[in-house]
Design a protein around this ligand. Structure first.
Ligand SMILES: [Fe+2]
Length: 323
């Protein structure tokens, strides 16, 4: 499976680059025969589910790609080859270095991006995890590739920022079949349109530390209900509200300043370990607030006030009418 030549955690720059940029590319991770088997499984699954699945893992019959993609959400049940990814030596040792022992794979899926002009705009997901993307097709620019903003995971949510000022920080996850990326899901990222006639596919694995509460993957059998500590309760409240400026700021303050060591020692939910002898986890209040664009901040504040006073459903309807 993993190519024997590589031990990722021993490669000098992989982990420091990941902490510095929030994303790192890895090539030649798997040998060709394993990639071929994955490709065969992928083709078989998409011949059965040409338009992907709905949320209940049922075959989607709608050729229109809602959200711009055809997702497959229960890979482990559809082909045993995918379980081998979860056993891969390099993926496991990277996860242990970044999340500590007893991490969990919390989801594994793949999706095809057909020809579409739909762009998934820059956003961030929950704090503190590690994700892994594997290209299952050759993907060039404007072919449904994901894009990331380097060094953004300690920045305010993208809706409060003028993204044009950060265009030089964009990294596109292009490459050939078998190229892979490790990335932090709290980095700003999005997915580009696909202007070509070629459908492009990537597989995504999400991994979280031992305190996570999304142990959904059916490979875990010995789940116990663990009582959450106060700090875990607080982080649970703050760590998964990607658009909230206040919660994200509080998260950064507690994670990178006030409870740095405690979060590290107890592997609190929605956190990664801090890289030893490295300054990339430094957090600056000044930088955080400097990045916020006042106009965007006001816009978000007004929108939130309207939303709170008229209710979410009416707010969404008003927004549609105004557009
Ligand atoms: Fe995302």
């Amino acid at each position: 499976m993993s190519s024997n030549k590589i031990d990722l955690t021993k490669e000098k720059n992989i982990i420091p680059d990941l902490y510095k940029d929030g994303i790192v590319k890895v090539s030649n991770l798997f040998d060709q025969s394993f990639l071929n088997e994955i490709k065969v499984a992928k083709d078989r699954i998409f011949s059965e589910y040409p338009y992907g699945q709905n949320d209940n893992y049922e075959k989607s019959l709608d050729e229109v790609a809602h959200g711009g993609n055809y997702p497959i959400r229960n890979l482990l049940e559809l082909d045993p080859i995918f379980k081998r990814l979860l056993e891969d030596k390099n993926i496991n040792s990277m996860a242990e270095e970044i999340l500590g022992k007893n991490f969990y794979f919390t989801s594994i899926g793949m999706r095809i991006i057909p020809k579409t002009n739909h762009i998934l705009g820059a956003h961030r997901d929950y704090c503190g995890g590690l994700s892994f993307s594997l290209l299952l097709d050759d993907i060039s620019l404007n072919e449904g590739e994901t894009f990331f903003y380097k060094d953004s995971y300690k920045n305010p949510p993208p809706m409060f920022v003028n993204l044009n000022n950060f265009s030089s920080k964009i990294v596109s996850t292009t490459g050939g079949v078998g190229d892979a990326y490790f990335w932090f899901p709290d980095s700003w990222h999005g997915r580009n349109y696909n202007l070509s006639n070629k459908k492009t596919c990537i597989l995504i694995l999400n991994i979280e530390n031992k305190s996570n509460d999304r142990k959904r993957i059916n490979i875990y059998t010995d789940e116990k209900n663990i009582k959450l500590t106060l700090l875990n309760k607080i982080f649970k409240l703050l760590g998964n509200d990607p658009n909230s400026l206040l919660k994200h700021f509080l998260y950064c303050m507690l994670r990178f300043k006030l409870f740095k060591k405690k979060v590290e020692d107890e592997k609190i939910i929605y956190s990664r370990l801090i890289l030893k002898n490295n300054f990339s986890e430094n957090f600056s209040y000044l930088n955080y607030f400097k990045i916020i664009n006042f106009k965007k901040f006001l816009k978000a504040l007004v929108a939130k006030t309207i939303q709170l006073s008229v209710g979410k459903n009416l707010f969404v309807r008003i927004k549609k009418i105004i557009k």
